[in-house]
Design a protein around this ligand. Structure first.
Ligand code: SF4
Length: 422
């Protein structure tokens, strides 16, 4: 029986406060307003090679994570991050700066540019120490379209851009939104965050905004922030991951390169950066779907970058099955894991012919389910070299549908997804 300590939720690593994992320290770098200069991306790759295991994760919050850092190398890595302008001023400032930004905002002509709003909020999060008591996972997001969930993922406080208005939604009641003018967006979000801090001070059991919404109702939470009772909005959902050639009508505006199960090696990152530089690209956006989005409008250069990424085994097609999979680091990187999840996931992807028929697949080394908080169509939880299959549930579900060998994953999921489709 494993200790349950590792199942504790609510803590996110950073650079100042790394997390210890089976392959060393995890040092997380948070982009600002959802983007990094290409020089910064290249520097992160070099640091991963010099101070870590040479592997970099892109998390489902759009952060980059240097893996396998030794205790001896950690201080030198912090110095290198600081020199590169990638270090927040303190552990508290770093922890509170949890902001996800629509990676196509400002690129896709049909999306509002919300990066300035995100940057203003990030400044406020660094400045207002009252916000530093927000829970470590408390997250804000900015969407350039009317669908509030960026990359299909909820945040505690979500902003969505409509045609001539901006609306704010809270996790737990996404269909009820408060409309505000652009100039009032950051102030409204600020007041909502302070209202949550106050509620949490009175009841420490509130971990996330959805807890407050469930207890008091969404109108009351908005009211505590001095905002109008929200309007009911027809739910709209975001489209798929921004992978491949990104275009609006006939105009190319970017290239999206997916990282298989959220990971890239320093060598492949260096190659990607080299070809992005050759294409005249100066910055990169990070997407919660674990995609690097490169702004580029020259179609031949964009095609060449995709070709190079494909050769490196990265994801360049929207129908790549690996995009439908959430996979945790597993063994040997995580000491709690009971399966080599990434190896089994790649074998599954190699051996699986056909489609998941819209189903989602979560492969987890244990019940903690780090890679996916929400339910998936099929969740596979490692169990001594085998996998428990959970249908329409999460990794900690008690309702196990079946237990299978890792070698049988492709056949079992193929059969189950076909059954779901009929
Ligand atoms: S879900 Fe995966 S990464 Fe998270 S603790 Fe379990 S085995 Fe480790």
């Amino acid at each position: 029986m494993t200790s349950m300590d590792h199942l504790r939720k609510g803590w996110c690593p950073g650079a100042h406060r790394p997390m210890r994992s089976g392959d060393g320290l995890l040092v997380r770098v948070r982009p600002r307003a959802g983007s990094l200069s290409l020089a910064s991306l290249r520097a992160i790759g070099s640091m991963a090679a010099q101070f870590g295991s040479g592997e970099i994760d892109l998390t489902n919050r759009g952060n980059l994570q240097i893996r396998g850092v030794t205790d001896d190398a950690f201080v030198a890595l912090l110095g290198a991050l600081d020199m590169a302008g990638l270090l927040d001023p303190s552990v508290e400032a770093e922890a509170v700066r949890n902001v996800v930004v629509d990676p196509l905002s400002g690129l896709d002509p049909q999306r509002a540019d919300v990066r300035d709003l995100s940057a203003s909020l990030e400044e406020l999060l660094l400045r207002d120490v009252r916000l530093w008591s927000l829970p470590g996972k408390f997250k804000f997001s900015f969407s350039g379209v009317a669908a509030p969930r960026v990359g299909g993922r909820s945040a505690d406080i979500m902003m969505a851009a409509g045609d001539d208005y901006f609306s704010i939604a809270l996790d737990g009641a996404i269909g009820m939104r408060c409309d505000v003018a652009r100039g009032n967006v950051v102030d409204a979000i600020h007041r909502l965050a302070l209202a949550f801090v106050e509620l949490k001070e009175n009841d420490a059991s509130f971990r996330r905004m959805r807890d407050a919404v469930a207890r008091f109702g969404v109108a009351r939470v908005f009211g505590l922030a001095g905002l109008q009772i929200p309007t009911i909005s027809a739910g709209t959902e975001a489209s798929g991951a921004p992978v491949g050639l990104l275009r609006r009508n006939e105009s190319v505006f970017g290239v999206g390169v997916g990282l298989p199960f959220g990971r890239i090696t320093a060598d492949h990152l260096a190659v990607l950066c080299e070809h992005a530089t050759a294409a005249g690209i100066e910055d990169v956006r990070t997407s919660p779907e674990r995609v690097l989005v490169f702004p580029v409008s020259d179609a031949p250069r964009a095609d060449e970058l995709l070709r190079r990424a494909n050769v490196a085994g990265l994801i360049v097609r929207e129908d790549d099955i690996r995009l439908a999979m959430d996979v945790c680091p597993g063994s040997p990187a995580c000491k709690n894991s009971r399966a080599d999840t990434r190896r089994d996931a790649q074998r599954f992807a190699d051996g699986f012919a056909g489609s998941l028929h819209g189903c989602s697949l979560h492969i987890s080394g244990c019940e903690k389910g780090c890679a996916r908080r929400t339910e998936a169509s099929f969740t596979l939880v490692g169990r001594a070299g085998r996998y428990d299959i959970i249908r329409d549930g999460s990794a900690d579900s008690m309702h196990v549908h079946d237990t299978i060998d890792a070698d049988d994953l492709a056949a079992a999921i193929s059969r189950l997804s076909l059954e779901s489709a009929v």
